[in-house]
Every structure is written in C-alpha cells, then in structure tokens.
Ligand binder design. Structure first.
Ligand code: SF4
Ligand code: SF4
Length: 299
C-alpha cells in the first residue's frame, strides 16, 4: 500500500488517473456519473438523510429519483454520448448498494456488457462487503469507497442506531463490533486483489474527531489508497437524529486540522464535492437535470 508521498506503480497510477475523485488532475479531465438504483439500507447512521445519498456524500438539494437497472444503463448510454469525458460510473445510493444486491449487480453487469470501457465504482457502508467481494471482482469493479467513521465500537454506538445482519437486528457496542470487523475484512480482501479502495469518514465533532487518525493509520495498513474526511451535515430541517439533537457541525479549522493530522499517515482527498446519488458531470458540476430519464429510452 502507498504511504503519503510514495510513488505509485503503473498499475495503480492508471486506475487513479482516470477517476476524478482519486486524482487531483483527473478531476479536471474526467467526468463521473452516479446511478440511484439502491433504495434500501441495512444500517442506520444518525446523520443520514436518505433523500440525498448514502454516506453523507450529499448536499442539500432535491432528492434523486430511483432508476431500475435497465433505466440506469439506458441513461449511461445517453450520458456517454453527450459527455465524452465520462470515465467512471458508480452506485452510491440513495441507500447502501450492497443492501440492494440484485439491483446493484444487475446494473453493473449491464454496464459491463454494453459499455465495457467505463470504469465501475461503488460506495458502501461495508457491512455486506465480505460477502460481495468475489462478485465485485467478477464484474470488474475497479474502485470501492467504504465509509468508516471509527474503529472503536463504543464510538460506533454513538454514530449508528442499529444494523441488520442475517435477519437479526443489532445495536450499541455489539453492532459497532460487527460493523468494524466486517468493514476491515472487506477492505483487506479487496486491496489484496488490487481494487482501489477509498475510505470516507464523516467528521463528527466531539464524537469521532480524535479517532479519525486511527482510521487513517489502520486503513493505510489494510491497503486503502486515500482517505476522504467529510464534514458532518446536521441541520434540523434535514430531520436526522444528529440534526434534531443539535449535534454541531465541524468548522473549517477543525476539518483542516483533522485532515492535516490524518495526512501524516495516509493521503487525503480534499476536493470531494459531497455529490448527490444521481450526480453527473465533472466534479464541481451537476448536469443531472439535463439527463432526466424518459421511459421510451429503456434498453
Ligand atoms: Fe444512510 Fe448510507 Fe448510513 Fe445507510 S449507510 S443510513 S444510506 S448514510
Ligand atoms: Fe467523488 Fe466525493 Fe463526488 Fe463521491 S461525493 S463522486 S468521492 S467528489
């Protein structure tokens, strides 16, 4: 795995360069597209507003509409024609892609069949990752983002209300232990096979601000490529537990200090735009309204 400042191998450098989120230079040259095909979730984060996108990769705005796998691939074909810089198509919500295995893999398989040159990307909370690694490799997913907010089950108990696994509901410390163990196992197995893994963390003042450096250090050892620390969005109008309970958001100084501290052990992403689940275009722009799906375009 790569330490800050260490040169990349050609194999990794190629994967990095073509993904606008992994490469600073790539984000001016390549476009990404998110497909909102995954409505359900198996975890309840206290900061989640499912109207936007999973993993707090969201900014206030209109909610994305849900697409079927067939509608999604039709839309990818339309966008690939209109935006030749399109290099990456990802599934990031609005729930967790791996809590919607059928819909997510059907979408990835259709894109792989019909548009084999596009890179595939997926974002997950990591709970079902160990069960999905083989299938992700089989369909050729190059980039996986895992949201890991802490490695400490006691802190996890303050961030997550509950999780569902194999028909059982877990909460508190027990849920935290299960989630962290499965996230780490999933990341290890992906990086062993050369998949580029990005870690997202939501910075929550007073809860995980002091423990994110442990996330950076450990995940760097597990082979993750880059850490993307995002500020918590917790406004009362979003109706999230944190928003309603008055949980403070981090200020710019706390965000910069946390990134700097974590940057000593793992490369940091600082150009994340906290895109919606249906974002389209270069980073920093969203052309989703230009490509509203019409049913006659179904594949
Ligand atoms: Fe929301 Fe994603 Fe958390 Fe699920 S994993 S509750 S969709 S932020
Ligand atoms: Fe990239 Fe951040 Fe947008 Fe995800 S939310 S596509 S990491 S810029």
């Amino acid at each position: 795995c790569q330490a800050p400042g260490e040169p990349l191998t050609d194999f990794i450098a190629n994967k990095v360069a073509s993904h606008p989120c992994y490469s600073r230079s790539g984000h001016h040259r390549f476009a990404r597209m998110h497909l909102p095909v995954a409505p359900a979730c198996n975890l309840q984060c206290n900061y989640c507003n499912r109207k936007f996108d999973c993993s707090n990769e969201s900014r206030p705005g209109v909610s994305s509409s849900l697409l079927t796998p067939e509608q999604a691939v039709a839309k990818v074909r339309q966008v690939a024609t209109a935006i030749p810089q399109l290099s990456v198509v990802g599934i990031a919500g609005p729930g967790d892609p791996l809590a919607n295995i059928g819909r997510s893999f059907k979408t990835l398989e259709l894109i792989r069949e019909q548009l084999p040159d596009l890179k595939l990307c997926l974002s997950t909370n990591g709970l079902m990752l160990p069960d999905a690694v083989d299938r992700l490799l089989e369909v050729g997913v190059d980039h996986v983002t895992v949201t890991i907010n802490t490695l400490d089950p006691d802190i996890a108990a303050q961030i997550y209300a509950w999780l569902w696994l194999d028909g059982e509901r877990y909460s508190g410390r027990e849920a935290g232990k299960i989630l962290v163990a499965r996230q780490l196992e999933g990341v290890r197995r992906l990086t062993e096979k050369g998949v580029l893994v990005k870690i997202n963390s939501v910075l929550i003042p007073g809860i995980n601000d002091h423990s994110l450096v442990d996330v950076s250090r450990t995940l760097q050892q597990y082979g993750a490529f880059i850490h993307n620390i995002m500020p918590l969005i917790a406004r009362p109008e979003h109706g999230t537990v944190f928003g309603l309970n008055g949980q403070p958001e981090p200020d710019a100084a706390m965000l910069a200090a946390t990134r700097e501290q974590c940057g000593e052990v793992m490369p940091q992403m600082t150009h994340c735009q906290q895109c919606r689940a249906d974002a389209i275009g270069m980073l920093g722009e969203d052309r989703s309204q230009q490509f509203l799906f019409t049913p006659t375009e179904t594949a």
